[in-house]
Design a protein around this ligand. Structure first.
Ligand code: FAD
Length: 298
């Protein structure tokens, strides 16, 4: 058996992206290992595949714009479609405080050149929202039929998108993060109380959903890989130069994986990323006491 030149632990979207980008740069004998019985069995398989560039920090906006470019040429580069559908992304503010968070983030987005991000008023709630060209992407071939989207432009529930044809028209995905089970941080069982809570919230926000049944068999839970400042960790681990981190995307990993994978391949190959300044993501920032500002946006 030949020794591996690099071992990647975890065959989720991050591991796959790094492996691909290393191979594309000429690395050979790249070994991707996973403790599960197949790829995409972790958070990647549980994700909804949402894509957006509406963030409250410049680095996250830049990562999204870089990833978006890559999603748009994914089919040409990789040979398969990523299922990326630029359908738009809408944040709703329910309170003045939430509106202030969205407005502060909008300023960051505009400064980063994301001029399509705008504030619009929503007559029926008296609040305001900010939108930009977001969308959905395929996060995993396994779970693709479970995702859905709402097309706000047509003011009705749009067709749930699926490349397998198993999702039916009118299917809507509702999701809500919880702190998880006390004492069992890795528990991913679905609890009935959560379904009732998220259903009641959905009914309050979108009353027409009162007439839509919850498909209990499709309900699922997964783990958000949160970092202390809700930004990814990318680069060598402090004190161990040949051990590289690409994690902690804090719920944005599917959309940012094409960008992060390329950036880490650049770091590993050349000693630094050239496509984007990723200093803000250096793992050492916590030990230095210089984390990124935490935005109120998830
Ligand atoms: C409900 C939910 C919704 C989400 N929605 C979105 C979304 O809309 N958009 C978005 O961009 N992101 C979303 N995310 C976040 C996204 O899923 C993650 O950011 C992303 O999947 C992280 O990818 P990963 O490869 O780092 O982790 P994972 O997919 O969890 O992969 C890690 C892999 O490592 C393996 N592993 C762990 N420990 C070991 C070990 N010791 N030895 C060997 N293998 C090991 C695991 O088996 C796993 O396969 C969502 C997440 C959840 C849970």
């Amino acid at each position: 058996m030949r020794p591996a030149s690099v071992v990647i632990v975890g065959a989720g979207v991050m591991g796959a992206s790094v492996a691909y980008h290393l191979a594309a740069r000429g690395w050979r004998d790249v070994l991707l290992v996973d403790r599960s019985d197949g790829p995409g069995r972790g958070s990647t398989g549980a994700a909804t595949g949402g894509f957006r560039a509406q963030y409250g920090t410049a680095i996250n906006v830049r990562l999204s714009l870089f990833a978006r470019e890559k999603f748009l040429r994914f089919r040409d580069e990789i040979g398969v479609a990523p299922g990326y559908l630029p359908a738009g992304y809408l944040w709703l503010a329910g309170t003045r405080a939430e509106l202030d968070i969205l407005r502060a983030a909008l300023e960051v987005q505009q400064a980063e050149g994301l001029h399509e991000a705008t504030e619009v008023s929503v007559e029926d709630s008296g609040c305001a929202a900010s939108r930009c060209s977001g969308g959905v992407a395929d996060r995993s071939h396994r779970a693709a039929p479970r995702r859905g989207r709402i097309d706000c432009r047509r003011r009705k529930f749009a067709r749930a998108h699926s490349d397998r044809g198993r999702a039916r028209d009118g299917r809507v995905l509702v999701l809500w993060p919880t702190p998880g089970v006390t004492g069992k941080p890795f528990d991913i069982s679905v609890d009935r109380e959560w379904i009732d809570t998220v259903t009641a919230m959905a009914h309050r926000r979108v009353p027409i959903l009162h007439h839509v049944a919850i498909d209990a068999a499709c309900c699922r839970a997964g783990l958000y890989e949160m970092s202390p400042d809700r930004h990814a960790l990318l680069g060598p681990a402090p004190g161990c130069d040949n051990f590289f981190l690409i994690n902690g995307s804090s719920g944005h990993g599917v959309m940012h994986a094409p960008a992060l994978g390329q950036l880490l391949a650049e770091i590993m190959s050349d000693g630094a990323a050239s496509s984007l300044d990723v200093g803000a993501l250096r793992p050492s920032r916590f030990a230095e006491g210089r984390p990124n500002p935490v935005s109120g946006l998830l």
